[in-house]
Structures are given as C-alpha cells and as structure tokens.
Design a binder for this molecule. Structure first.
Ligand code: HEC
Ligand code: HEC
Length: 475
C-alpha cells in the first residue's frame, strides 16, 4: 500500500491505479483509489499546505474573547472529531430532549426551553467590565418526556463526496429498495448554501444527508450550525446578495437570553450592522453588508475553512484483510438493502447504488477565496443510502422538526460503514462497542426495519458471524 496520494489532481491516473491495483472487478471497484489514502489524508484538489491551514482552523480552540458561549459543548471542532486523526469520530456523546404533544402524536423540541440540544457547559461567572455575568448550565426541563438521548460524534471522512451526490441518485436508490425495508429521504430548506454550487440555493430544497437522522442538507450549513450549537460562535454570511441570519443569534440556556454583554466577550459589531445585515450587534463573526461584497457572496472565514476541511477529508482506506464469505452474507442477510453499494446490493438496487462524483464537481472556497473541487468521475463506497429507516425501538424519539410524528422520530439514517474499523463506539448513542453488538442492536421490535437482519445474523454460525464482521470491518 502506498503512503498517501501519489497522483494528486489526476482522476484519469487514479482510475488506472484503481483498476490495476486489484484483481477481481468487484474488489477493484470497492477498494479503488481511496485505498491509496491514509486515514486523515486529503483528497486531490487541495495542496497539502492549504489542507493543513484549514485543518488547523478546525483544530483551533476558541475562547470567551472569540465568542465561545454563553453555552457550549466544546471549544474546538477537533476536540470532538478526534479519533485516529483530526476529523475522525469521537467519544463525545451529546444530549437531546423533547416531548410529545397532541395525545403523543406530535414531537415538540421544546425550543422555547432550549431544546432539543442540551449544551453541557456554560461560561459560568465572568466580568464583562460593567456587569458581573453568571450563565446557568442548561437543565432538562421538567416537562420533557423524551430524556437524555445520546448522539455520538460521527466521523467526517469522505463527506465532500457525499455532498456531491445529486438528489436524483438518492431517489433512484430508495425507489429500487425492497418495500419491506425501503427508506425515506428527508429533505429540508437550505439555510446556508455554498454560493459556488448551483444546486444549492438559500431556501431551496435538497435531500438531507448529514447527521444521524439526516437532518442537514449541505456541509457549509452543518459547519455554521456546529459553530453556534457546539461552541456558541455566531456567524453572519452573504449568499448571492442575501444576508444569512440563521446562525447569528446566541443560544439561550433553557430559552432564557442572557443580559446584554453576558453572551461572551467578543467585540461587538458596529451600530449600523443590524440595519445592514439583519443580525444583532453581538454577532461574533460576520462578513457585513452584502452590497459591499463583490459578487454578493462571502461565507464567514472560519465556516468556509471548516467546510473546506470536511470537503477534502478523504474517505478512509479499505482493509485488504476482508472475507468473500462475509461479503456474500452481507448481501444475503439484507444488509446491502440499506447499506447499499453497487458491489453488493442486489439487481436494480446495485446498479442504482453506484456512487460517482460528477465530471466537474461544483467546488468550494476556503477563506483564501480559492475555488477548489473534489476529483471528478471519482467512485466511492460509503455503504449507505443516506435515507432514514424506521428502526422501531432503536429509534431515538427525537424529531428533526417540530410536529414530527412518532413514526418519523423512530427513523435513523443508515449509518455509512466505510472506515468502521477506526471506530470504538457504534450506533447513534454509542451503545455498541463492536460490530457484532451493533448488528444485534438492529433489533427494534415489530416496527423495526432492521429486526429481520439482526435475527438473520443471530441465526448464523459463529464462523459465519465472524466472516461477516471481518467483511464489515474491511469497508
Ligand atoms: C461537542 C462535540 C462536537 C463538536 C465540538 C463538533 N461536533 Fe460535529 N458532530 C458531533 C456530533 C455528536 C455529530 C452528530 C450530530 C447529530 O447527528 O445529531 C456531529 C456531526 C457532524 C457532521 C455531520 C457528519 C455526518 O455524519 O453526516 C459534520 C459535518 C460536523 N459534525 C462538523 C463539525 C464542525 C465543522 C465542527 C466545528 C465547528 C464540529 N462538527 C464540532 C459532535 C461535535
Ligand atoms: C433497514 C435498514 C438496515 C439494514 C437492513 C441493516 N442496517 Fe445497519 N444500520 C442501519 C441504521 C439506520 C443504522 C444506524 C443505527 C443508529 O442510528 O443507531 C445502522 C448502523 C449499523 C452499524 C453501526 C454503524 C455506526 O456508525 O455506528 C453497523 C456496523 C451496521 N449497521 C451493520 C449492518 C449489517 C452487518 C447489517 C446486516 C446484518 C445491517 N447493518 C442491516 C440500517 C440498516
């Protein structure tokens, strides 16, 4: 195995390496060019120096002077996304709560009480010069009926390729799935679009593909969302002449806004900032009036760098220590009906589940303003349909939206399986410590679309179980 990327930038050579590097056609597809990367490497399309720059930004710890707080979960993206390498999965398990209204039929995230995410830390007591501030720690409100739900930190490998999947491809996959385990594609309106991607428009609908419950459609939005929700850093952006205000309001512990000056100690924006942008003067990081920006588009620098880092973080390498028997079992037990891939999924589903980037992917700009593209015509193998499935009692009863039905709250996104051997905790709340346990945990009772697969796994001989685990750990 070569160390790192030997052929940066050339997709033609990469394809040749993929074909020459393996024997059987299927394994050439599966391993492909991605096995040339070490975990944590960058995809072609960004120089190693520039990748280090955006990675360093992702690793940078924020302080109260930068805008950290008033409540937060951590001080740096990489403090959570850290297993194996920067951008990996993490040990940090976040907490959510909620309630069911209307005779249990309608999810209420209790947003007015600070939900559904409960940030674990506050700035505590500090002096802003004029006022002694004390920020309370969020508590679960007494009227919550869904308690202390865990969300494990996910790995971020290969997400730039996932971002490049057109909605139509995901629709084709779900349509080809067997009815008994067919998934649902969540969609939502884009709150922060990548201005260089014509398929992303502010307010436009796109298939959600990110997060345990497929709650977020695009990476730039996820970066801004994480910045405010995990760290308390508020941002304002301009997309094609429109000021984006969705991420410029400070979190309020249990819904109670902090007094002026008590959100953090970041420098206030100028007094004309609200009139120019629609955001408050305590917005931590901003680009200002959109009319003053050439082309009308600028994503705030840190968010642009985070999104660029995540876009270029390569998929994890596959492991040559795999099992042909395990691969056959993965197909025959129905794993490949949800964890789809063209090398294992049956019939029309397999043909639909060919993940390949467009010839010329849209591209993204980091804070340096340079437009960079992930490689075109690039095959990749996430082993997911990015759809959500009714997992029965395994589902976490947290809705993505106010008003979600109980059935919708049971749905979880098919977790991508690439790089699973670099993980030590599995499933949405980290309940499983190894792959065999994770498979057994698919049993969600009579409503669970994963129940049959869990039962089929349980019925295998120990050596067949071991082969399936070996295969899954090689992806
Ligand atoms: C406190 C820990 C923590 C911090 C800090 C954190 N994350 Fe995450 N990250 C998570 C968790 C937990 C999830 C899964 C969230 C969910 O699905 O509800 C996640 C998911 C993601 C995803 C979606 C991955 C996928 O599988 O679809 C992206 C992208 C991401 N984070 C980027 C960032 C960026 C950028 C930052 C810094 C601004 C950041 N994260 C900071 C814990 C963290
Ligand atoms: C009905 C769709 C479906 C089927 C069938 C299915 N899975 Fe899953 N799988 C999921 C979902 C959804 C999750 C995420 C569960 C969660 O959120 O806790 C998941 C999670 C996993 C995980 C843990 C991933 C992680 O990131 O923690 C592994 C490993 C896994 N599946 C393997 C398998 C294997 C092996 C089979 C076949 C025996 C299988 N799955 C069958 C939908 C499915």
């Amino acid at each position: 195995m070569q160390r790192g990327w030997s052929y940066p930038g050339s997709t033609i050579v990469l394809a040749a390496v993929a074909a020459a590097g393996c024997s059987g056609a299927a394994s050439a597809e599966r391993t492909g060019a991605v096995s040339e990367a070490l975990v944590g490497d960058a995809l072609p399309g960004i120089t190693s120096t520039d990748f280090v720059t955006v990675r360093t930004n992702f690793e940078a710890a924020e302080s109260i002077d930068d805008g950290l707080g008033p409540i937060f979960n951590e001080r740096a993206c990489a403090n959570c996304h850290s297993n194996g390498t920067t951008g990996g999965a993490g040990q940090n398990i976040e907490r959510r709560f909620g309630r069911f209204d209307n005779n249990g039929q309608s999810f209420n995230p209790l947003a007015n009480e600070g939900g559904s995410l409960r940030q674990l830390f506050s700035l505590g007591t500090f002096n802003d010069g004029a006022t002694l501030c004390t920020v309370p720690v969020e508590k679960e409100p007494a009227d919550a009926t869904v308690h202390n739900v865990g969300r494990l930190t996910t790995p971020l490998f290969g997400l730039g390729l996932v971002e490049a999947i057109p909605d139509t491809l995901l629709v084709n996959i779900v349509n080809a799935e067997p009815a008994a385990t067919r998934g649902v594609l969540n969609t939502s309106a884009i709150l922060l679009a990548n201005p260089d991607d014509a398929s992303e428009a502010l307010g436009g609908s796109r298939v959600n593909r990110f997060g345990w419950k497929a709650a977020v459609p695009v990476l730039t939005q996820f970066a801004a969302d994480a910045y405010v929700n995990e760290m308390g850093i508020t941002t304002q952006h301009c997309v094609r002449g429109t000021s984006v205000t969705a991420f410029c309001v400070e979190s309020a512990p249990n819904g109670i806004p902090q007094p002026p000056g008590c959100d953090d100690l970041a420098t206030a924006q100028p007094t004309n900032f609200p009139a120019q942008t629609g955001c408050p003067t305590n917005t931590d990081d901003a680009v200002g009036a959109c009319s003053g920006i050439a082309g009308g588009s600028k994503i705030q620098d840190d968010v642009a760098n985070f999104a660029t880092f995540v876009t270029f973080l390569a998929p994890p390498p596959t492991d040559p220590n795999t099992s042909a028997n395990g691969r056959a079992l993965f197909a025959s037990l129905g794993c490949a009906n949800c964890h789809v891939d063209n090398t294992v999924s049956p019939g029309a589903l397999g043909a639909a589940a060919t993940f390949v980037t467009p010839a010329t992917p849209a591209g993204i700009r980091a804070a340096d303003g340079v437009l960079r593209r992930v490689p075109g015509n690039f095959r990749f193998h996430p082993f997911s349909d990015f759809a959500v499935h009714d997992m029965g009692t395994l589902g976490d009863s947290i809705g993505n939206n106010a008003g979600d039905s109980p059935a919708a709250t049971r749905r979880m996104r098919t977790a991508p399986l690439w790089g699973i051997r670099f993980r030590n905790l599995l499933m949405h709340d980290g309940r499983a410590g190894d792959v065999a346990t994770a498979i057994k945990d698919h049993d969600g009772g009579s409503d669970g679309q994963g129940t049959a697969a869990a039962a089929a796994f349980g019925a295998l001989s120990p050596s067949n179980q071991a082969d399936l685990v070996t295969y899954v750990r090689s992806l």
